[in-house]
Design a protein around this ligand. Structure first.
Ligand code: PAF
Length: 291
């Protein structure tokens, strides 16, 4: 049986309220569609941990700047419905723009201050307010639930966790591992934009993260040489152009003077004209910490 599709806020809200009244735990996977196995892994995690799984598909205009790819953002609804069904989704919420924003531009927005302005926020100043606003709205529509987000968008995950904490939103945010292609490229809906040569070159992001991790694991505690090593890896790939690279504290997203026991390595690069982001956690082994 095909997974049911609900398009209105009232219908999805009352359906999930009834589920909760019956004692069922709701798992929620928000997406912008053009689903791949990264989304599939979130749906499987939601399936494993909850009684009812709802996924949303909404390409949120608030998180695209005027010069970004909102109009050309890839869409394939039939494939998305099949993928959601194959990964155990019970109901899909697919609202129209009119349903979500009936009065046009919103007057109310959610902004998670400092966390939103650095890294991705420097290149995309309005992006995270758009993300936080739609996610807050989706959480209000879906109601109390566990919500699943990929760690590929690490800054997004950090911002959503902080928003939920600051505003006491009754949602448990679950961060899930990055799903990668065999050559290490993180799965992303935007990988479709890469030509075959660019697709091969795109594995450079993972190689750069590996080089940064190796430097930290070898005992480097100064962030500058770590990010320098990563930038050099990207610099050696002719089809790639570095946007930013950073070694940050995972909760504040600030660069420390000396790396702590856990460092989040962030990297963003253009491969051709496609902007790709990736990250990983690097841990200083105990034996190095006091060496
Ligand atoms: O990560 C995404 O796909 C989007 O930013 C999200 C969380 C669905 C909000 O539009």
């Amino acid at each position: 049986m095909t997974v049911p599709v609900v398009c209105t806020i009232d219908e999805i809200g009352s359906r999930l309220d009834a589920d909760r009244r019956a004692g069922l735990q709701v798992g929620f996977v928000p997406t912008m569609g053009y689903l791949h196995d990264g989304h599939g892994s979130l749906m499987r995690a939601a399936r494993a941990g909850n009684d009812v799984v709802v996924a949303s598909i909404f390409v949120n205009p608030l998180q695209f700047a005027p010069d970004e790819d909102l109009d050309s953002y890839p869409r394939d609804l039939d494939r998305d419905i099949a993928l959601a069904e194959a990964n155990g989704v019970d109901v899909l919420f697919i609202p129209s723009g009119e349903e979500m924003y009936p009065d046009g531009p919103v007057l109310t927005s959610v902004s998670v201050a400092e966390l939103s302005s650095r890294w991705e926020g420097e290149s995309r100043p309005t992006h995270f307010t758009g993300v936080a606003t739609v996610v807050a709205k989706l959480f209000n529509i879906i109601g109390p639930c566990r919500a699943y987000f990929g760690r590929k968008d690490f800054q997004q995950l950090t911002i959503i966790e902080r928003m939920v904490h600051d505003l006491s939103i009754p949602v448990e945010v679950v961060g899930c591992p990055i799903i990668r292609e065999p050559d290490g490229l993180a799965m992303s809906s935007r990988n479709i934009y890469l030509s075959p040569d660019e697709r091969t070159a795109a594995a450079v992001l993972r190689r750069a993260l590996d080089a940064g991790t190796a430097a930290i694991e070898a005992g480097e505690r100064n962030p500058t040489p770590v990010t320098g090593t990563m930038a050099a890896v990207v610099g050696a790939e002719p089809l790639a152009r570095l946007d930013y690279v950073a070694a940050v504290d995972p909760s504040t997203l600030e660069t420390p003077n000396i790396l702590g026991p856990r460092t989040q390595l962030l990297i963003t690069a253009y491969v051709g004209s496609t902007r790709l982001i990736d990250n990983c956690t690097a841990t200083i082994a105990d034996k190095n910490r006091d060496a």
